[in-house]
Write a protein that binds this ligand. Structure first.
Ligand code: AHG
Ligand code: MN
Ligand code: MN
Length: 334
C-alpha cells in the first residue's frame, strides 16, 4: 500500500472525530459492515465455482423469488454484525420481521437496515450486483421494536453500498459528502479512490425499464417522450438510455458521470406503492445522491422526508442529476 493511500477505516475514524462525544462504536460498526461486504464480494466473484448461483426455491416476504446468494448474503451480513455490540436490532429486505440482537450479546445504540444483495436477477448472468445499507440511531434503554425503525431518511446517520462489478467498490456518506473506495483484493482493504463524488447537474442520460411504458403516469411519459424526441423535440438534444436492472450499478453510474434513474409509480405497481423499498433502497440511495449534489424524489415528495409506515414499504423513485429531477417534479405538479 502506498503511503498516500487512505483506508476506509482511517477515513471513518477521521469522520468520527468530527462528531462530539463519539465513542468509536460507529467505526467498529462500519468495520463489521465492510467485513460482510468483503465476504459477499468474494462469494460473488467465485460464483459457480463454489455453487452459490441459482434459485433458492423460496420466496421472500415481498413474494419475490429468492436466489441462493440472497439468502447467503443475508446470513453473512447478520453474522458479521451480530457480535460487535454496536447494534440494537437489524432489518433486511430478505427477512419478514426485524432481527433483535440476542440477549447474550451487549446491545448497542444503532439500527442497521440492509438489502443484502441488490439486483439478484443479474447474479446468474454475471452482471454487477451490490449490497445497500442504512444506519439509524435506536432508542436508549429498551430493546428496539419495529416502531424504532419508523424514521424518515433524513434521520440516517450513514448510508452506503458495495457494488460487486469489475472492481468491488464501497460508496458511503455520513452526511459530509459522498466518498468512494475500491477494494484492493491483494491486501483486502478498501482504499479511498473517489473522494467527494459530485453528480453533474445537467445530463443527457437516463435509466428506466421501458417495458413498463404503457403503465406509466402522464408526467413520466411526457418526460421520456421529450427525451426520446431528441434534437427534433422540445429538449433540442439527444439523450442516451441505460437499464442494468441493478439499482446499485445504476446509482454508481450516476455518481460517476451523471444521469437520472427512474422506477416511478405506475398502474402496475400502484397498489404496492411503487417497486423499490423505502428503507433498504430508496432512503440510503437518496442520502448518497443528495450528498453528492443530486436530487431524489417520488415525483411528488422528497424521498428522505417520507414518514415510513411499514418496514417493507415501497415507494416510487426518481433520482440523479438535479436539473432533470427538478424538471420531472415540475411535470408532476403540472
Ligand atoms: P432486488 O434484487 O434487491 O430485489 O432489487 C432489484 C431492484 C433494483 O435493483 C432494480 O433497479 C430493479 O429492481 C429492477 O426491476 P425490473 O426487474 O422491474 O427491471
Ligand atoms: Mn434491491
Ligand atoms: Mn435484494
Amino acid at each position: 500500500m502506498r503511503d498516500d493511500q487512505i483506508t476506509i477505516t482511517h477515513f471513518i475514524i477521521e469522520e468520527q472525530r468530527r462528531i462530539p462525544g463519539a465513542t468509536g462504536d460507529f467505526t467498529s460498526l462500519l468495520n463489521d459492515i465492510v467485513t460482510a461486504c468483503k465476504v459477499i464480494s468474494n462469494m460473488v466473484n467465485k460464483g459457480a465455482l463454489i455453487g452459490v448461483l441459482g434459485s433458492a426455491g423460496s420466496d421472500n416476504v415481498q413474494g419475490e423469488v429468492q436466489k441462493k446468494l440472497d439468502i447467503i448474503s443475508n446470513e453473512v451480513f447478520i453474522n458479521a454484525n451480530l457480535r460487535g455490540g454496536h447494534l440494537g436490532a437489524m432489518a433486511s429486505e430478505e427477512m419478514d420481521e426485524i432481527f433483535p440482537i440476542p440477549a447474550s450479546v451487549p446491545r448497542g445504540k444503532y439500527l442497521l437496515l440492509f438489502d443484502p444483495l441488490d439486483g439478484s436477477s443479474n447474479i446468474d448472468v454475471n452482471v454487477s450486483v451490490g449490497t445497500i445499507f442504512s444506519i439509524l440511531r435506536g432508542p436508549d434503554g429498551a430493546a428496539p421494536g419495529l416502531d424504532a425503525f419508523m424514521q424518515p431518511g433524513t434521520k440516517q446517520i450513514c448510508a452506503g453500498y458495495a457494488v460487486y462489478g469489475p472492481s468491488t467498490m464501497m460508496v458511503l456518506t455520513t452526511g459530509h459528502g459522498t466518498n468512494g473506495f475500491t477494494l484492493d483484493q491483494d491486501i483486502g482493504e478498501f482504499i479511498l479512490t473517489h473522494p467527494d463524488l459530485r453528480i453533474p447537474e445537467e445530463t443527457g442520460e437516463f435509466a428506466i425499464n421501458a417495458s413498463n411504458m404503457r403503465f406509466w403516469e402522464p408526467p413520466v411519459r411526457r418526460w421520456v417522450d421529450e427525451c426520446l424526441a431528441g434534437t427534433e423535440g422540445p429538449r433540442g438534444k439527444d439523450f442516451n438510455m441505460r437499464w442494468i436492472a441493478s439499482m446499485v450499478a445504476e446509482v454508481h453510474r450516476i455518481l460517476t458521470r451523471g444521469g437520472v434513474f427512474l422506477y416511478p409509480l405506475d398502474s402496475k405497481n400502484r397498489e404496492k406503492g411503487g417497486r423499490l423499498r423505502l428503507m433498504y433502497e430508496a432512503n440510503p440511495m437518496s442520502f448518497i445522491i443528495e450528498q453528492a449534489g443530486g436530487m431524489s424524489s417520488t415525483g411528488r415528495q422528497r424521498i428522505m422526508d417520507i414518514e415510513p409506515t411499514a418496514l417493507h414499504q415501497r415507494v416510487p423513485v426518481i433520482l440523479g442529476s438535479k436539473r432533470e429531477v427538478e424538471r420531472l417534479i415540475s411535470y408532476h405538479e403540472a
